[in-house]
Ligand binder design. Structure first.
Ligand SMILES: NC(=O)c1ccc[n+]([C@@H]2O[C@H](COP(=O)([O-])OP(=O)(O)OC[C@H]3O[C@@H](n4cnc5c(N)ncnc54)[C@H](OP(=O)(O)O)[C@@H]3O)[C@@H](O)[C@H]2O)c1
Length: 262
């Protein structure tokens, strides 16, 4: 496994439910994180939230950028600014999402399906088109965050629009992984069977946000190269050991990261 100390990782969707756990795991392991968002206010909230979990020196490696990473023109500008101010991205985590709830599919409006598709397919497409080409030469890892709704309908959750849109996102992942197969880049999909709202792991969730963050960091630290093209379903904390994630070591890193900066 390579160290994340000199790695620049772009986390798209850093301000969301899952993104903060990913950013935190990466900062705790020494990476520099570039976090774009359409909202400066949300980025301020992210920094404040993280300040409760990681020490100042690690938080100093969080670089925030205001811009719409789902828009082709703005994403290109973000890539240039990130490269100039932080460094050429070594890895990318795409954790954008939008849970467009619709109690009944036949009563849903076209605009609602459009919104779900805008995020799950178009924004993901733009992010990959913007950042994946440079990983083909450097050999970096690109991680798609994904949910179980892409593979199964969950009646009663109002998630049908999300299922439709994220199923398309799953095929986008497959097609991009196939395209990247001849290159040095690794493209991996992590399907997390967790429930995270407002940056909090919900009591009924089988997986914690910390566990998801740890697996993402593990993939970026080198395990992603072995897993190119794989869709990894993460259902329980017991799987971390199977994937080679050292949970004890992770706890130690996390505890160390909370120590005041010297
Ligand atoms: N939350 C869960 O319990 C859960 C469970 C399993 C899997 N997942 C997966 O994890 C990923 C992230 O989920 P999440 O719940 O963290 O998502 P989220 O909080 O709903 O959204 C994450 C971020 O995505 C960005 N975003 C949304 N639509 C966008 C668009 N059209 N263009 C550009 N950026 C956009 C927003 O960033 P800005 O507004 O800051 O720009 C938002 O903060 C998704 O792939 C989801 O399927 C989540």
């Amino acid at each position: 496994m390579k160290s994340l100390n000199d790695q620049t990782v772009v986390v798209a969707g850093a301000t969301g439910n899952v993104g903060p756990f990913v950013v935190r795991a990466l900062l705790e392991r020494g990476a520099s994180v570039a976090a774009p968002s359409r909202s400066g206010e949300k980025l301020g909230g992210l920094r404040k939230h993280l300040s409760e979990h990681v020490d100042e020196s690690r938080l100093g490696r969080l670089h925030t950028f205001v811009g719409d990473i789902g828009d082709e023109g703005e994403a290109a500008v973000l890539r240039r600014r990130i490269t100039e101010q932080v460094g050429t991205p070594d890895a990318v985590v795409a954790s954008v999402g939008d849970y467009v709830a619709a109690p009944s599919l036949l009563d849903a409006r076209t605009a609602e399906l459009q919104r779900a598709l805008d995020t799950a397919t178009l924004a993901h497409f733009v992010i990959a088109r913007t950042f994946l080409p440079s990983l083909r030469d450097s050999g970096g890892t690109y991680v798609f965050l994904q949910g179980p709704l892409a593979f199964e309908l969950y009646p009663g959750l109002g998630g049908d629009l999300v299922s439709i849109a994220t199923a398309a996102q799953h095929m986008l992942f497959h097609a991009l992984a196939q395209q990247a197969a001849e290159s040095r880049a690794s493209v991996v999909e992590l399907v997390g069977h967790m429930l995270i709202r407002d940056r909090q792991t919900q009591p009924t969730s089988p997986l914690s946000g910390e566990a998801v963050g740890a697996v993402v960091a593990h993939l970026i630290a080198g395990a992603g190269q072995e897993a190119h093209g794989q869709s990894i379903h993460l259902r329980s904390p017991e799987q971390l050991a199977d994937l080679g994630v050292d949970a004890h070591g992770l706890n130690a890193i996390a505890a160390d990261a909370r120590m005041p900066a010297r």
